[in-house]
Write a protein that binds this ligand. Sequence first.
Ligand code: ZN
Ligand code: ZN
Length: 409
Amino acid sequence: MKERRSVNASLFRSFILSLFEDMATKRDYYEILGVDKNVSPEDLKKAYRKMAIKYHPDKNPNDPTAEEKFKEAAEAYDVLNDPQKKARYDQYGHAGMSGAAGGYGAGGPTMDDIFSQFGDVFGDDSPFGSFFRGANGGGGGRQRVRRGSDLRIKLKLNLQEVANGVEKKIKVKRHVTCTTCGGNGSKNGTAVQTCSTCQGTGQTRKVVNTMLGQMVSTSTCPTCNGEGKLVTDRCDTCFGEGRVLQEDVIPIKIPAGVAEGIQLSVGSKGNVPPRGGVAGDLLIVIEEEEDADLKRDGNNVVFDLYVNFVDAAIGMSVEVPTIDGKARITLDPGTQSGKILRLKGKGVKELNGYGRGDELVHVNVWTPKTLSAEERSLLEKLRNSPNFQPKPNKNEKGFFDKMKDFFHG
Ligand SMILES: [Zn+2]
Ligand SMILES: [Zn+2]
């Protein structure tokens, strides 16, 4: 899957040779970025950004000079941005950076190395961050950055959080770039060799004769597992993996109106792949906690209100729970069981919309299940009273019509 752009000198070149070549041809890192020795990390980043944008291969297609400058700037930034490397460079110059002392071989950084820095330099949210990510991710012969796996976690929300949206801090264990080796997995950053089986492409090719003529089949290189490089002297911190497991607290904003099973993604907060690349995403799968009182029905919530027969007949004022606390409602005298009262705008906010559902209060008139002798004799007196005889008129809607009104009205 990987294509390597311009690895223009072999990393097998000997230490001495690269040392001489480096000293003879390399420009001063400070000069390349146009900064002085006391530059602040912020200004250094700014200076590098300017160069990276100016000489980016996408802006200068088919211009090898621009690509060289682009790589030169990346190398200079990589050294000056690392306090240890910078100190070595300040003391020994390019000689301090070569071979066993650390830094890049004569070939300089690969495009892989450069693009994997961009998340830090441009920020994931900046237009340049996505510009560069998009530029590499698209394929079409362009250098591709390896992407780590996504992390998936479940997040339980109560009804109030679902209805109004909420900000959460989520603890996750994720693979992050090893800071000891900068992600390449080798001690001192030096012991990385281009895989000789695949010459760094990560793929092996085989020409097969078929009825249709010769065809080239490619497969992942078995020596380096498609990474194109091999670590010979492993970093003690990450044991050559280039990444370590770390517990992170990640703040996230859950929009109002999410529902069970909805998946939200936080860019670049997943795992980084082994030995360099960009992080995958953090995926958050929503689970809804059942509310003790309120049931959700789309963007509406439903509350079952139980009242006794006397309250329903005489009428009353009663408190009902809502998502945002209690609300007082009035039952008219003669309220029938099954009546549905609508509290406008007391439901769940629409996901990605401006609307909000309602709360539907479903009135249930409670019929006593047991009666004392006294209660029984009181009711007996009312049994044949004229107003107690059911007389539903034409306008009195039965269950079926009420449901029809609600869902189609
Ligand atoms: Zn390491
Ligand atoms: Zn290989």
